[in-house]
Ligand binder design. Sequence first.
Ligand code: IMO
Ligand code: MG
Length: 419
Amino acid sequence: MKLDVVLGLQWGDEGKGKIVDVLAGNYPIVARFQGGPNAGHSLHFEGKSFVLRSIPSGIFRKDAVNIIGNGVVLDPITFRKESENIAATGVPVRERILISKKAHLILPTHRLLDAANEAAMGKGKIGSTLKGIGPTYTDKVSRNGLRVGDILTPDFRDRYAKLKDRHVRMLSQMQFECDPDAEEAEFFAAVEYLKEFMMIDCEYFINSQLKEKAILAEGAQGSMLDIDYGSYPFVTSSSTACAGACIGLGVPPSKIGHVYGIFKAYCTRVGSGPFPTELFDETGEKLRKIGNEFGAVTGRPRRCGWLDLVALKYAVMISGVSDLIMMKSDCLDSFETIKVCTSYRVDGKESATVPFDTFAKVEPVYTEFKGWNTDLTGCRSEEELPEEFRNYIAFMENYLEVPIRIISLGPDRDATIMR
Ligand code: IMO
Ligand code: MG
């Protein structure tokens, strides 16, 4: 069987939680492969709402096994809160979650370092979610990190102390005022909680399960936040593209099946960095309001703009997207005119590629569509969709050269059209 992958193709917040929850009905196993509690995946069903941070979005599906893969960075404190919240609704979390021993641990001092780094950058800050993501991946790559499996070793406390000391030295060099001990007791209590979960050698487990079962990999963040291919340095610290699923779970590329790419019918970005189609006018304000574009993790208002097909096609290329999923087109229901960016003008020249220097003065060139001016939220089949909307979709499929398989017209599980 194959590993199918769900990826965000923009700057995150495309609606990955909803889609994974919808698709999870077809997969006995759902796995997160990168990122950490910087993610905020929202799920709505049966009148309830949840925001998931580190736990895969298959958690509410009976019989689905949810894996936190080795490419993920796990904060025991956040994980405990999230897991206890879900357990309180009657979900047997310990039976449904498996954690890779090779996933790296976020320490409280990683979060302090994140804050210190951002403070030191002043105006040039990344706009990080301050969950310790960058410093934890930095320790992983510089070979100083601690992993989930380490919590079972007798010298874990010593190794923790060594890493913490290193962080304390860095924090004092940066003259960052903080109390590195403040969350230590909570951290060790959360580590004890973590020990009650099943820990796996993810690569062996997944490859043996793939002999009989299809697995769904759930990406976090989005392609334009990828450490290599995003708008560097305004990116996250992991590989958010399809290849990241192979590394983050220990699965060979030949096992990848469908690559589902999710995008919103417009663009948002939270945090700093280039955003060619950003709107600073009342249209942007209207998108934010209708789309309720406020961060699920930080509550920050998201920057809003028109759909950027140049960036989207780039993301489709990097990950070999086979199936597109379009989210939130219902948020455009009341717009007279809808714009999509189909090329960039850089130094007077038009181009449909993402430039190396994403800070170059990129001016979006738009194609305009007549709005459909119809409430789409009640539509449950293709036939009910207005002609203007169908033209708009056909244009996108033609431009991106990939079919749009799923259209989501609202946050609920049921507001979904499969094509
Ligand atoms: P989901 O999975 C949107 C952004 C941050 C910041 C940059 C780096 O919900 O789509 P980090 O904390 O990773 O060091 O922040 O990346 N960012 C996200 N933006 N959705 C996310 O996740 C994000 N995770 C990180 O705002 O600009
Ligand atoms: Mg989010």
